[in-house]
Design a protein around this ligand. Structure first.
Ligand SMILES: *[C@@H]1O[C@H](CO)[C@@H](O)[C@H](O)[C@H]1NC(C)=O
Ligand SMILES: *[C@@H]1O[C@H](CO)[C@@H](O)[C@H](O)[C@H]1NC(C)=O
Ligand SMILES: *[C@@H]1O[C@H](CO)[C@@H](O)[C@H](O)[C@H]1NC(C)=O
Ligand SMILES: *[C@@H]1O[C@H](CO)[C@@H](O)[C@H](O)[C@H]1NC(C)=O
Ligand SMILES: *[C@@H]1O[C@H](CO)[C@@H](O)[C@H](O)[C@H]1NC(C)=O
Ligand SMILES: *[C@@H]1O[C@H](CO)[C@@H](O)[C@H](O)[C@H]1NC(C)=O
Ligand SMILES: *[C@@H]1O[C@H](CO)[C@@H](O)[C@H](O)[C@H]1NC(C)=O
Ligand SMILES: *[C@@H]1O[C@H](CO)[C@@H](O)[C@H](O)[C@H]1NC(C)=O
Ligand SMILES: *[C@@H]1O[C@H](CO)[C@@H](O)[C@H](O)[C@H]1NC(C)=O
Ligand SMILES: [Cu+2]
Length: 861
């Protein structure tokens, strides 16, 4: 959702560097998955597990990156070390993901390993203007054949650069500090505080936040607002102070920068002098202050429920994991599923080549962009909008806290990337675990038996903390072949200042304030916003020739011969109508769930002759997946037109149109590098390689329940892909674990209680007993692990040995955090923390943002 970034943004981008993780290339067959059920010892799970192929999406590692630097320097086509003014130029280096055709040829047809290419992002200066320019460099490793080419093919703008409106963030920071200092008499008078350039950790100092009001051709206009430092809990976004000033930076040259109007309590003042004069007048109305205090603390240590002192029930995994993880290839296999993982600085984690039973279902599944779009009555909130990949949803996949972010038995994977020539690692950025739901997957009670199966699923989770907000993204795999993508958000909302005159109870000046949120503190209002988070799913159902069919459930009037004479005319009933989607388009989730969206393989049928398909639908969670409420957003321009519908079906051009968005679209919203609207150009989508883009998120109108933090259970939304006539029957039957309790003594042959039936069941027995049933009992009794036990049959593994759960599994050892702090040279930790607090113009200009970022990384496990 957004955050402390508006300007800060720039620096992050300028200094972006890439992610990495060096993976060894090993290739041996997969351990057959099905055999799991029959293993009596769990030792086999410990055997090294190997991906079937080298991961073609392995990030650029440290060695590759330094080879690339050296190559770039030697080839001297790109300025690397310094710009014309001697300012350092920073690089982003990451994998340029190989083209789908090359990968498929490699994975499916034993073709060559796809060439490795890098995407190199460079900050270049032309006179006063700064540009972020993308190149493709490859093949790797660098050789005489390696080329440096402008990276254009994935951008439908035909360009490989965006103009950066801020080339010298330090000058901007300095300038903003100057504005705060020059107005210190005003801020002291109205807000009771001033900015403090000299002590970034000053909890009483003001900081400054901003949002772009216009970005075009490298020029930028901002609205800037003063905020409380919120240093204790990072609560700045709850501490808007209601004093605003407009800034204009028409070029990157500081001599052209201008301070514009000031805004306070609904009145626009031409400049600070005019505001000063107004304050002196007797009828000047001062408004209430928005002070920090215990109300922004995320924990309440003072009041407590007595039960809080007793730890809650938890999940345990006494016999080890049942999934297989190849850490070198970032490859996972579990209960018929398999997939590769890959990370990117902008878009965090993606999954590739998701298969079930060795058949590909999804070639690529991953985050594209996260939009948070606000509305409001005052200059900051009214135009506030964030496209969070710009800030690095991948870089900001910070460490998960074991035992709480993920169960104690989870395993972790690090996220590494390159920035400014250095490799950074966010430890434990991704967790993987199996989890058993509280509710069963299946159950049935009959007259003679009850059968119940556990719903155990596999979760791959990461959290991207982008400024004030934490996005938790789960990829969840179910035993029946379903896949769910789930988003939850927590953290501090971005609040709006609530303007109310001091010492009176008159209502706020602006009658529209209550249209945009709710008052939640003395001088704080919530600010409504839409979260629209784009994901890509390149489905390949039984090959790439797919059609999306909208099967609607519709009311019907139809006459049936056999209905006469009781129903003389038509019977009112319902039926299905199948509407293939023939051309690229955006769809919305149907009201009343009346349409089913099916990705079908028109030539592939199951055993029963029905077309095999996967259904896409809104999944679990309290929020609905949404599209943007605002039509033709003034702020967004063309930067995120995917946000206008829930689900898009497009003909897949995996090379030329690899994504719905580009992380630099934020910098050129009117002429973005990737304009999604151009991708929806009416191509035919019948029996084609299709790509779906869908949104998660919700309409967020925060209330008092969001103070101090938004909670995950109310912010959740998800989308599911569910097999639909894809298999011949429910494949979870072979994978799930549970119990069948036979209450009936089965008739003779099954060896129950010798055919004796009690009176109660006898009535049902007449109707139900059959040779079929007897056969079934027999099969279960012989096949199960139980042997002699005729009444309670477990299927799948069971807990047969006493289990000792080490305390570590329930409450992982977190003392590393303490040790790291203590082990550091005196004061280092403290210094880092202090930078975060940022008396230094808070969200302004990135410097702070950056230290904030580094500091969060220090919480590595
Ligand atoms: C991917 O395909 C495009 C053409 O569609 C080509 O220009 C580009 O070089 C390919 N990329 C890689 C990394 O091979
Ligand atoms: C690259 O070219 C140079 C000059 O032609 C040659 O000396 C060198 O061996 C070549 N390097 C490789 C790796 O082919
Ligand atoms: C460097 O640029 C020159 C001229 O633009 C080009 O001929 C050469 O191939 C480039 N070198 C590399 C390694 O791309
Ligand atoms: C602050 O005031 C000084 C003196 O009037 C002026 O020179 C300077 O430009 C001002 N700084 C800003 C950032 O407005
Ligand atoms: C930006 O550049 C385009 C094309 O050069 C031009 O049409 C437009 O007016 C410019 N906008 C501003 C604000 O300078
Ligand atoms: C401030 O605005 C007033 C009213 O528009 C104007 O008369 C004055 O010259 C401005 N002062 C400065 C320093 O720009
Ligand atoms: C798995 O694949 C094999 C070989 O294609 C096939 O015979 C079998 O029916 C498949 N099983 C399921 C559950 O789809
Ligand atoms: C949004 O833009 C589209 C296309 O230009 C136009 O048809 C529609 O009327 C606009 N809607 C609003 C509310 O501006
Ligand atoms: C489906 O089968 C028909 C008949 O064999 C064939 O003409 C058509 O090309 C096939 N379509 C696809 C998408 O494979
Ligand atoms: Cu929100």
């Amino acid at each position: 959702m957004a955050s402390w970034k508006p300007l800060s943004v720039f620096i992050s981008t300028l200094i972006i560097f890439t992610s990495v993780a060096y993976l060894l290339f090993l290739s041996t067959p997969i351990v057959p998955i099905r055999q799991q059920q029959h293993l009596s010892s769990f030792d086999s799970y410990q055997k090294p597990f190997r991906a079937p192929a080298v991961n073609p999406f392995t990030e650029i590692d440290d060695h590759e990156a330094s080879d690339i630097y050296t190559f770039l320097q030697v080839s001297s086509n790109l300025s690397i070390a310094q710009d014309a003014r001697g300012r350092s130029v920073n690089y982003l280096i990451e994998l340029l993901r190989p083209n789908k055709s090359d990968v498929v040829n490699y994975l499916d047809h034993s073709g060559p390993v796809p060439e490795r290419w890098a995407r190199v992002s460079n900050l270049e200066f032309r006179k006063d203007d700064a540009y972020i320019v993308d190149y493709m460099v490859g093949p790797l490793p660098p050789s005489n054949d390696t080329q440096i080419l402008p990276l254009i093919y994935p951008h439908n703008s035909g360009r490989n650069y965006v103009q950066s409106p801020v080339s010298d963030v330090f000058a901007l920071l300095d300038w903003a500090l100057g504005i705060g200092e020059n107005a210190s008499d005003i801020t002291q008078e109205l807000l009771g505080a001033t900015t403090n350039r000299h002590d970034p950790s000053d909890p009483d100092a003001l900081v400054v936040g901003s949002r772009p009001a216009l970005i075009e051709n490298g020029s930028m206009v901002y609205w800037l607002e003063f905020f409380g430092s919120g240093i204790e809990s990072d609560s700045r976004s709850l501490l808007p102070q209601g004093l605003y000033v407009k800034l204009d930076t028409p070029t990157a040259n500081p001599s052209t920068w201008m301070t514009g109007e000031w805004y306070y309590n609904g009145v626009l003042y031409d400049n600070d002098t005019v505001l000063r004069d107004a304050i002196k007048s007797s009828d000047f109305v001062k408004i209430k202050l928005n002070h920090d205090g215990p109300w922004t603390d995320t924990e309440d240590f003072i009041t407590s429920f007595p039960e809080r002192d007793m730890p809650p029930p938890l999940s345990i995994q006494p016999y080890g994991p049942r999934y297989h993880l190849d850490r070198e290839q970032n490859y996972i296999s579990w209960m018929g599923f398999s997939f590769y993982m890959s990370t990117a600085q902008a878009t965090a984690l993606s999954l590739f080549d998701i298969r079930y039973n060795s058949s590909r279902l999804i070639y690529e599944l991953g985050l594209q962009e996260a939009l948070a779009h606000y509305a409001g009555v005052e200059p900051m909130q009214s135009g506030l909008e964030f496209l969070d990949t710009f800030f690095g949803m991948g870089n900001m996949m910070f460490s998960l806290v074991p035992g709480i972010d993920c169960p104690g038995h989870a395993e972790y994977i690090d996220m590494s990337y390159h920035k400014g020539g250095k490799m950074y690692t966010n430890k434990n950025a991704i967790c993987i675990f199996e989890y058993t739901s509280d509710a069963p997957l299946q159950r049935h009670t009959s007259a003679f038996s009850a059968t119940v199966s556990r719903n155990t699923y596999l979760v791959v989770r990461s959290v991207s903390t982008v400024g004030n907000y934490d996005y938790t993204i789960d990829y969840i795999f179910y035993l029946d072949g379903s896949i769910e993508i789930k988003l939850r958000a927590s953290g501090y909302i971005f609040g709006a200042f609530h303007a109310e005159p001091r010492n009176t109870h008159t209502p706020p000046r602006d009658e529209h304030a209550n249209e945009y949120g709710y008052r939640v503190h003395h001088a704080l209002h919530t600010s409504m916003h839409d979260h629209v988070v784009s994901f890509k799913a390149d489905l390949d159902i039984c090959g790439t020739a797919n059609t999306l069919v909208r099967t609607s459930v519709e009311p019907l009037q139809r006459e049936y011969d056999w209905d006469k004479p009781e129903v003389p005319l038509a019977r009112n009933t319902m039926h299905m109508v199948h509407h293939p989607v023939t051309h690229e388009t955006g769809l919305n989730w149907p009201r009343n769930g009346q349409d089913m969206y099916l990705v079908t393989a028109s030539n592939a049928t199951n055993k029963w002759g029905e077309t095999r398909a996967y259904r896409i639908l809104g999944g679990t969670g309290m929020g609905n997946p949404t599209h943007l409420t605002i039509l033709n957003s003034t702020t967004l321009g063309k930067s995120a037109s995917w946000s206008s519908a829930d689900l898009w079906v497009l003909k897949n051009h995996p090379d030329a149109e690899p994504a719905s968005a580009h992380h630099l679209n934020y910098l050129e919203p009117l002429d973005p590098l990737v304009d999604f609207e151009k991708m929806v150009d009416g191509e035919e989508v019948t029996d084609q390689d299709l790509v779906l883009y869908f949104n998660l998120g919700g309409h967020h109108v925060p209330s008092t329940q969001d103070i101090p933090n938004t909670l995950m259970h109310t912010s959740a939304s998800s989308v599911m892909f569910v097999p639909f006539n894809y298999f011949d029957d429910d494949v979870s039957r072979a994978a799930r674990q549970g119990v069948r309790i036979d209450r009936r003594a089965s008739a003779g042959a099954a060896g129950g209680r010798g055919g004796a039936t009690d009176a109660a069941s006898a009535k049902e027995d007449v109707r139900r007993r059959s040779s079929r049933m007897t056969k079934r009992s027999k099969r279960i009794n012989n096949g199960g692990g139980g042997g002699d036990d005729k009444e309670v049959k477990y299927f799948g593994g069971r807990y047969t040995k006493p289990v000792t759960v080490p305390e570590e599994m329930l409450s992982p050892d977190l003392s590393h955090y303490m040790k790291d702090r203590e082990g550091e040279p005196d004061g280092e930790w403290k210094t880092a923390r202090n930078h975060v607090g940022g008396g230094l113009l808070g969200l302004f200009v990135g410097k702070e943002r950056f230290e904030d970022h580094d500091d969060k990384r220090r919480l590595d496990w």
